[in-house]
Design a protein around this ligand. Structure first.
Ligand code: UDP
Ligand code: G50
Length: 461
């Protein structure tokens, strides 16, 4: 029987501050977590870092805030990077993570002025080596939100044990993670093999700080990587980690945007290929044209979200300029190409969509599992090949061999067309993807979502 004190706690609304970093792939899971917490009666303060890099992020935050007026937004104005640091990477998102990290000392006064006082803060994985130095003196329990796969988390948590030997990265042929198995050199995020890179430096200091946190939230489903989660939770992968909560963060209504549904309505069931490489991955012009050729050759109708620049605000080129007049004509006969943001979840869940060519950004994988659409994995950067291995291991999709990291090789249209056909014609794959969706829906999304429940219980205590 529960005590009267425990009963009173059941009604307390814990106050949680959320600190996302930048990129739609980081903002989105935070807003989904916020929406889930609000549905469980938590108070949420959302810290938004300004200036915001992309229009897509600004739009997501605005529609979230207008859907949930009860949320307090705290705008955090970050400092510009000094010229030496600004020259340390060309990636606008890495630079933004670094600027936020270096500005975080300014967050203390914001956090300590919040009323009621915070019961917890949740920090994006990319920022944790700095946020811990702010929350420790304020005695605010701090939790990590890991925005990639549990398999990628196993690498992050094992990395601090291992990084000595990574200093001579030319010698590494694989990383053997206890309880998980070998990650071949070809799947290791390429920048981790460049120890002096900004990303490798951040990754190492984040990994070294994991053990100082009060808990780790991983956005994944048991149905995608149950063995990995088990190995992590039993301590087989790495010792001394804080408690782990797997919470599948699912799409919410505030994300609704343009969805090309009229065109989709006119297509046959399961006949359409959806192609997207996420919010921050641009292909070379040559690769874009090969992809166009591959899509036409596949014989299936398609929706192709084309990105010509990593940052949407800098993408002024018209479609025709990118594809060339001839290919533009060919492509228009068979499918739809958009350079604007589409509502990916709405597209994926349309009955006409039968397959997803994806770079395997982790949110895209989670969304494909949520709607049960098979994935042809084409990883291009960072953690995407490790995520592709999860896709393949769970049966949600396949990689079909190594296509090389972005820019390493030019994948020819012929081959792209062949693999798309392979995905679209594989009945077994479609059934398995549907099973994953059905299994996920039995457990996630309601109040039966254990990870989330445990977390809130802890914050209420
Ligand atoms: N997304 C979208 N419309 C677009 C491009 C991206 O809705 O036109 C969403 C996608 O559904 C996912 C997120 O943006 O939720 C991208 O995150 P992901 O982890 O898949 O890849 P990243 O952009 O971080 O590489
Ligand atoms: C970019 C990249 C390599 C890479 C990742 C990128 C991620 C993201 C998750 O976003 O894995 C992440 C994990 C741990 C960490 C920071 C970010 O410390 O080029 O692996």
């Amino acid at each position: 029987m529960s005590s009267p004190a425990a009963d009173a706690n059941d009604f307390r609304s814990p106050h949680v501050a959320l600190l996302p970093s930048s990129g739609a792939g980081h903002i989105t899971p935070f807003l989904r977590l916020a929406a889930s917490l609000l549905s469980q009666n938590c108070r949420v303060t959302l810290i938004t870092s300004h200036p915001i890099v992309t229009q897509a992020e600004s739009n997501l935050i605005s529609s979230f805030l207008s859907s949930f007026p009860q949320v307090t937004e705290k705008q955090f104005h970050i400092l510009p990077l000094d010229p030496a640091s600004a020259a340390s990477s060309k990636d606008p998102f890495f630079l933004q993570w670094e600027s936020i990290r270096r500005s975080l000392h300014l967050l203390s006064s914001i956090l300590s002025s919040l009323s009621p006082p915070l019961d917890a803060m949740v920090s994006d994985i990319t920022l944790i080596s700095s946020t811990i130095t702010i929350t420790k003196p304020l005695k605010i329990p701090n939790y990590v939100l890991f925005t990639s796969s549990a398999k990628m988390f196993s690498l992050a948590s094992y990395y601090s044990v291992l990084s000595e030997s990574l200093s001579d990265s030319t010698k590494i042929s694989e990383i053997n993670i206890p309880g998980i198995g070998a990650i071949p050199r070809s799947s290791i995020p390429p920048l981790l093999l460049v120890p002096e890179s900004l990303f490798a430096t951040m990754f190492k200091s984040n990994s070294d700080n994991l053990r100082q946190f009060d808990g780790i939230i991983i956005n994944t489903f048991d149905q995608l990587e149950s063995k990995t989660l088990k190995a992590l939770k039993t301590g087989e992968v790495a010792g001394g980690l804080p408690p782990l909560f797997n919470v599948g963060l699912i799409p919410h209504d505030f994300e609704r945007a343009e969805a090309v549904s009229k065109w989709l309505d006119a297509q046959l069931a399961k006949s359409v290929v959806y192609v997207s490489f996420g919010s921050r991955t641009a292909l070379s012009r040559e690769q874009i044209r090969e992809l166009g050729e591959g899509l036409v050759k596949s014989g299936y109708p398609f929706i192709w979200v084309m990105k010509d620049k990593a940052v949407d605000k800098e993408d002024g080129e018209k479609l025709e300029g990118v594809l060339g007049a001839e290919m533009m004509e060919e492509v228009k006969e068979k499918g739809i190409v958009v350079k604007e943001w589409v509502d990916q979840v709405e597209v994926l869940r349309h009955n006409s969509v039968g397959g997803f060519v994806s770079h395997c950004g982790w949110n895209s994988v989670v969304e494909a599992a949520w709607v049960g659409v098979p994935v042809l994995a084409w990883p291009l950067h960072g953690d995407q090949r490790i995520n592709g291995e999860v896709v393949e291991g769970s049966g949600l999709g396949f990689m079909g061999g190594n296509w090389g990291w972005s820019g390493e090789v030019l994948v020819k249209g012929e081959e792209i067309g062949r693999r798309i056909k392979e995905m679209m014609e594989d009945e077994g794959l479609r059934l398995r993807a549907g099973e994953i969706r059905d299994e996920v829906r039995k457990v996630v999304g309601g109040t039966g979502d254990d990870g989330l429940k445990q977390l809130i219980q802890k914050w209420r205590a």
